[in-house]
Structure formats: C-alpha cells, structure tokens
Design a protein around this ligand. Structure first.
Ligand code: CU
Length: 172
C-alpha cells in the first residue's frame, strides 16, 4: 500500500476510534504527548510523561504509532517490565493507533515488543487511580494542549486526536 494511503487510513481510524470511544466519560491521554509512541530521546521520557499526569479508571490511553513499526505488549508485573520480558504477555496490540480503556485501578505495564525498543526506553508504567481527584479538571486545564484532556466532550476529543495524528504524521 502506498505511504500516502496508509497515512490516510491511520488518520481516519484514529478519528473514528476517538469518536466511538468518546461517547463514554473519561480523559484521553495521548501517550508521550507530541512524540507519540516511539523510541524516545531518553530512557526516562515515558516515565516523565506518566509522572506528569493523573490517570483514573475510565480514562483512555491513546498510543499513536504506525503498524509494523511499533507495537504494544502488556505484562502483569514490574519485574517483567523492568527487564523487557515477553514471556508472560497479557495483551498485545499491533494495529496503530491503539486506544486502551482503563477499566481497573492499579499498576499497568506496557512496552514495545519490536527489536530493542523497550531496552532504549519505549516502555510505560502507570498507576490507574480509583477515582479522579476533584481538582483534576482545573489543575490540568492549562496543560491541555497537546495532552488532550477533555472530559465528556467527544467532539473536542476527536478534534484533539486529529491534531495529534497530524503532528505525528509530520514527524514520522
Ligand atoms: Cu517500538
């Protein structure tokens, strides 16, 4: 398939997915913000990103990447995550972009299973909170772009996804 049509498909699927997913409550978190899901500039990039936000039940992680270039695997323990071990994968996603809805509180561990991408830092550990802190909306309001923190606003979320995907395409 031509590169241009792959990009169009990526764009279309991201927007459609966000429209569908946007019908329920929850905050969209564009993993890695403007960089999307890729080999990061440093090993702590996704750690830093995760530390900068509060992620709660019902929220969605949006991983922006091109199919075949990166993927996402989920492992159940910190120990497996730390050593990038794929011996006990609980979920695998390979058709980017991927939206994962977080239905349970507690830690979640994701990394890219392609090549040595995990070893160089393409890995994300988060802790899903039981409920959103009451001050979340006002606290994060100033940092909305390009992090895309919209509650109960499917249209806005879709527009935000569109912008994010366009940003991603410009750098891919
Ligand atoms: Cu990768």
């Amino acid at each position: 398939m031509a590169r241009r049509s792959q990009h169009a498909l990526l764009l279309l699927s991201a927007v459609l997915a966000s429209l569908v997913a946007g019908s329920t409550a929850g905050v969209y978190h564009i993993v890695g913000a403007g960089k999307g899901w890729r080999m990061p500039p440093n090993r702590t990039y996704y750690d830093d990103w995760a530390r900068s936000r509060q992620i709660s039940i019902g929220d969605k992680l949006m991983f922006l990447y091109r199919s075949g270039v990166h993927n996402i695997v989920e492992v159940p323990t910190r120990a497996l995550f730390d050593v990038c071990s794929m011996r006990n994968i609980t979920s695998r996603y390979q058709n980017g972009p991927t939206i994962i809805e977080l239905g349970e509180a507690g830690p979640r561990y994701y990394f890219c299973g392609v090549g040595e991408h995990c070893e160089v830092g393409q890995k994300l550990a988060i802790n899903v909170l039981l409920v959103a802190p009451p001050q979340l909306d006002t606290t994060n309001a100033g940092a909305a772009a390009p992090a895309c923190l919209f509650r109960h606003a499917a249209g806005l979320a879709a527009a935000c996804s569109l912008v994010s995907v366009l940003l991603l395409l410009m750098v891919v």
